[in-house]
Unconditional design. Structure first.
Length: 170
């Protein structure tokens, strides 16, 4: 779905407001998170418009803010999740741009964070879903790097339910 000009203008306005709030209270973690989320929203629209360079710039700014927040409060699982999702967004743009090595690194970071989160709270189904998605993202990049096609889908039952698993022939 193509994002409208109005949606982009609203997202940019939200970003300007968030940045203004940071100027007034730079140490406020909620304001910092608002800036990162606003960068994500602008990046999402730019990615949908296929302006990948600009989208990547916003996603990287968001990632930097989320990483800083995660370091400041290492026990906050939501901050860790924010970092992981940012790695996914950056990795996706890099994959589309053809920078498969860098994309793989970001998808691996995405996966590592969700592996830790799942260990911390095995009952959180959403984290299991994100961990599953990370496996798919890594598989997609490996598939592109090797120029191979998945040859079979096998259903595997895990503690979180039944999921399809792709296998590749190398």
């Amino acid at each position: 779905m193509m994002e409208t000009k109005e949606q982009f203008e609203v997202a940019e306005a939200d970003l300007r407001v968030a940045l203004k709030n940071i100027e007034q209270d730079p140490g406020n973690a909620d304001h910092q998170r608002d800036v990162a989320i606003s960068h994500d929203k602008v990046g999402d629209i730019l990615e949908a418009q296929e302006d990948l360079g600009a989208a990547l710039d916003h996603f990287l700014q968001s990632l930097e803010i989320f990483q800083r927040l995660a370091v400041q409060d290492t026990r906050n699982a939501d901050h860790q999740r924010d970092v992981a999702i940012s790695h996914d967004k950056v990795g996706n743009v890099l994959r589309i741009q053809g920078d498969l090595g860098a994309a793989l690194e970001h998808f691996q970071q995405y996966q590592e964070i969700f592996q830790r989160l799942v260990k911390q709270d095995p009952s959180n189904f959403a984290w299991h879903q994100d961990l599953y998605i990370s496996h798919i993202r890594i598989g997609e990049v490996l598939e592109l790097e090797a120029n191979i096609q998945p040859v079979m889908v096998v259903v595997v039952e895990l503690s979180v339910g039944i999921i399809p698993v792709l296998f590749w022939i190398m």
